[in-house]
Design a protein around this ligand. Sequence first.
Ligand SMILES: [Fe+2]
Ligand SMILES: [Fe+2]
Length: 382
Amino acid sequence: MFYHNDHLPGLNSQLPLKAKLAEVHELIQTDLPFVARISMAVYDSDTGMLKTFLESNDKGHIVSSLANHEAPIKQSTSLVKMMEEGIPRVINSLCKLPEIKLEQTKKVIKAGYVSSYTKPVYKHGEFVGFLFFNSKHENVFDKHALRQLDVFGHMLSLMIFSELSMIKTMTAAMKSSNRLTSLRDPETGEHLERMSRYSRLIASGLADKYQLSDEYIECIFMFSPLHDIGKIGIPDQILMKPGKLDEEEMALMKTHSTLGRKIVDEIIDDFNLSKIHNIDIVRHIVEFHHETLDGSGYPKGLTGEQIPLEAKIVAVADIFDALTSQRPYKEAWSNEKAFELLRDLAGKKLDQDCVDILLANTEAIRRIQQQFSDAETEVLDS
Ligand SMILES: [Fe+2]
Ligand SMILES: [Fe+2]
């Protein structure tokens, strides 16, 4: 009898997904040293977009030039073919491709990678994304290598999807509570669609400066619609009051952020989700999205650096959408007028970087507004 060392001890632990991928990458390299980069892109079937999600490269950078990217899958006939037919693809020399359409492929080449092995990933028969293996050498993905990468590929997908499904359980549990709130809330479902996209836009723009990973940005997108989950505990006559709230009513309304935090903590406990890396993002968004830099916000009156970045991001996205939407007590403001107010509040109440990034993306804002407009739903509802 003998004892054998586990080569992947990190997978038994509570490491973030990125660290687990790095450990598997290292093991792959003991046999296949030429595999210089492994990355995963996830597919959003609602929008047809393929988004970078996770990456491990030789340099071990948190954010590489290849992160934080999304593109419609339709831009590449070869990716669409792989998705539909489930057949992996080997490109032994990226430079010899007749035409390169995808911006991301150009960046991969620029980063020094010359060959690739791409594997479509499915869960219960449904396409969920691609695993990419890149090398800085040509003609290295031979039969022997592919056999090993197939096994590792399956393992990596399982690892990634068990984490993703935990997050999905979490959002599903919370969404049902959230739906109960939104049924009574004058804020529409479109508000949540728009503000979560503004939040992602801001987070993406901050990625370089704050070294934000794709995983973090995706969590901001998934968790931001839950910001007002605590309104479930606010009585109808306050939540649905057509006019302005008086002082006492306002004080009660303000309890929604502390209440929301309690609900989120309970859901995390009940569904045993505390092991999800980044789970604190949702706690912070729910509890602190009404805090302001100068300490005049609620519930804790936190100032500047005390406010978690995710709460600062969501605050700007939420306020911008509230201003530009119609509410029972006010007309919708034009984007320009809302920009002016945000510019005024930046650095005093709202984070300067978050405001700057939102204001620098007027085209993206307009696209989001067109795609999720309140007017359209009203027509559909009537
Ligand atoms: Fe709120
Ligand atoms: Fe909101």
